[in-house]
Design a protein around this ligand. Structure first.
Ligand code: NDP
Length: 297
């Protein structure tokens, strides 16, 4: 039985963070502005609080100035829009991230649309979505960008490779498909209405799973030697009563005997997301100040 290479997302993410930190230090040394990230959290969602804490911690480690705005759960949409407008105008802020989900009284899309596209480090603004689709310079969502970096590190050129993206969300599946297409892969996007999903998956040299269903993709759906990138983060009961553990959308124990390389959960795509956020803040800062941006990809 063969054994796939297990991709160490923690190690690659640490490389990306170090590369960003080195460039931020060089910017500072040259007298250029310090990249700044504003993170806005509304309410007390415990998972969001952990994400925001990690983002601020990693930003500080990379030398990026971070500005945290924690607003009460009953914040009105108008007050949040007013804060985003202030951040849009603040010259110390180059990236604005509004942590999702937002409380129900706030229209999340309206808020995302209000972020200036040049500061939209999550890449969710329609301007950046459109730019990605039409091939222009764009800020790109962090999780698919992290997947692309791993794919290029493993395979080099992706041109002509058959890729399948399982999932068509705006934050992962669709931008992932656009990025693979931009690299000249032949891309299939699968979703809950796809017929013969196992058969579609079996044709793919690159399989990206972004579904949110624990271990849905089985080992015998995977083409031998394929690259498998598992975006899914699912909490399931652990063997020990009362405990839980994280699993991906791919049945790892099966897939690891078929794939050529695979990301584990945890420790695969997850750590790449924050690393690519830092990269996006650096890119936004360079573009806003018309400085050269040397990519980490
Ligand atoms: P969404 O719920 O927004 O989208 C899920 C997609 O999966 C939809 O397009 C849906 O299809 C499709 N789907 C659902 N069931 C099936 C099925 N049985 N067969 C085929 N397709 C199916 O999820 P996200 O994209 O936001 O997230 C996906 C996963 O990635 C989650 O586990 C999430 O936690 C994780 N994630 C991880 C990140 C990280 O940093 N590592 C970041 C973001 C997400 P349809 O459109 O037809 O409904």
């Amino acid at each position: 039985m063969s054994q796939a290479k297990i991709i160490d997302g923690n190690a690659v993410a640490a490389d990306v963070r170090a590369a960003v930190a080195a460039r931020v230090a060089a910017l500072k040394a040259s007298g250029a502005p310090v990249p700044g990230l504003a993170v806005v959290l509304v309410g007390e969602d415990p998972a969001s609080q952990v994400y925001v804490r990690n983002k601020n911690k990693r930003a500080a480690e990379a030398g990026i100035a971070s500005f945290e705005h924690h607003l009460p759960a009953d914040t009105s949409e108008a007050d949040l829009l007013a804060l985003v407008e202030r951040l849009n105008l603040d010259p110390a802020v180059h990236g604005i991230l509004v942590q999702l989900p937002l409380p129900e009284q706030i229209d999340a899309q309206k808020v995302l649309d209000s972020i200036h596209p040049s500061k939209d480090v999550d890449g969710f603004h329609p301007f950046n979505v459109g730019r990605l689709a039409t091939g222009g310079a764009a800020l790109v969502p962090c999780t698919p960008l992290g997947c692309l970096l791993l794919a290029k590190r493993e395979l080099g050129s992706l041109a002509g490779k058959r890729a399948i993206v399982v999932g068509r969300s705006n934050i992962v599946g669709k931008p992932m498909a656009q990025l693979l297409l931009r690299e000249s892969a032949t891309v299939t996007v699968a979703h809950s209405r796809t017929q013969d999903l196992p058969g579609e998956c079996r044709r793919a040299d690159i399989l990206v799973a972004a579904v949110g269903r624990p271990e849905m993709i089985r080992g015998d759906w995977i083409k031998p030697g394929a690259l498998v990138l598992d975006v899914g983060i699912n909490r399931v009961p652990a063997a020990e009563p009362g405990k839980t553990r994280l699993v991906g959308d791919v049945a790892f124990a099966e897939a690891v005997t078929v794939a050529g390389a695979i990301t584990p959960v945890p420790g695969g795509i997850g750590p790449m997301t924050i690393a690519m956020l830092l990269r996006n803040v650096l890119e936004a800062c360079c573009r806003i100040h018309d400085l050269p941006f040397e990519d980490v990809l």
